[in-house]
Design a protein around this ligand. Structure first.
Ligand code: 7PJ
Length: 287
């Protein structure tokens, strides 16, 4: 059985294991609209509490918007948003992940007890590997073409599955050369990050090819993304059913973790998928 180390937590992954649900906790700046009594911290903590009630496996805290076209935050701004939430949740009983590209934020988060760093930039920033090396936190290495400001301007690949796979293989090699244990790593093709609808669909269909090449757990983030909207014609607030179908397709192709907004619904969907796929193993319908 293979394992993924996520800080204080250790999860089995691979055939027959239950895929994990990572809940998205976006931290927005304080608005102080009612005199500061109900702040973005309160809002984030009550959202986290709901996710725990809903059986989330990992809580992913993000302060910087990485939507296409988004502007970047300064280190101080990002720390101000994220760190109070990390401190408040670090002993909540669930692994805490921090979604950041900045080595300074990675260091502070790890110091404060975060269990995982999720970097949409694949730890490509100078100093990123050094920032995470001397810890046992889990690391999600995501592929992105370019940067969030420009990535959706005519992205081009000869073969998206091969090129994203090449990038992930190279990054995993760099982690190995830096002396970082393989059982801390998971990989992510980065749906929507410099990809057209066709690219995203090729990656979804090719998840098992990437898995076979890299042999690490795959994290898939499809929740509410524009590819769901493009196929269904639905605005972001009506993409739940589409997102559940995408998440189940991803786990069927081997994804070990799905990153989602709608935790309760995804946990139920995965419980059903998992129960049925276990029955398939035990009746010998699967090789
Ligand atoms: C992803 C992410 C994703 C990982 C975001 C959004 C945009 N991290 N952070 N994978 N997406 N690992 O949630 O729509 O797909 S931000």
């Amino acid at each position: 059985m293979q394992h993924l180390q996520i800080g204080r937590y250790r999860f089995a992954w691979g055939k027959g294991t239950r895929p994990l649900v990572m809940g998205i906790l976006n931290v927005t700046p304080d608005s102080f609209s009612d005199g500061g009594r109900f702040t973005s911290l309160d809002a984030a903590l009550s959202h986290a509490e709901q996710m725990m009630t809903d059986d989330v496996d990992i809580i992913d805290i993000g302060g910087e918007s990485s939507r296409p076209g988004a502007e970047t935050l300064s280190v101080m701004e990002e720390l101000d948003r994220v760190m109070p939430v990390v401190f408040a949740l670090r002993d909540c009983g669930k692994p805490i992940s921090v979604d950041t590209c900045k080595p300074e934020v990675m260091r502070e988060a790890i110091e404060a007890g975060a269990d995982m760093i999720n970097d949409i930039n694949g730890f490509c920033a100078p100093g990123a590997l050094r920032a995470v090396k001397d810890s046992d936190c889990g690391l999600c290495i995501m592929h992105m073409l370019g940067d969030p400001r420009t990535m959706q301007i005519a992205p081009h690949y000869e073969d998206v599955v091969i090129e994203v796979g090449d990038f992930l293989v190279e990054r995993v090699q760099a982690f190995g050369e830096a002396g970082i244990a393989r059982d801390r790593l998971c990989i992510d093709p980065g749906f929507g990050f410099g990809k057209t609808l066709e690219h995203n669909l090729s990656l979804l269909a090719g998840l098992d090819d990437i898995q076979q090449r890299v042999e690490l757990p795959i994290l898939a983030g499809l929740s509410r993304k524009s590819m769901i909207g493009k196929i269904t014609g639905k605005p972001v607030e009506h993409r739940l059913a589409g997102g559940l179908a995408a998440a189940l397709f991803a786990v069927e192709r081997g994804a070990a973790i799905v990153r989602v907004h709608d935790v309760a619904e995804t946990v139920d969907a995965i419980k059903i998928w998992h129960a049925a796929s276990k029955a398939m193993f035990s009746t010998g319908k699967s090789e």
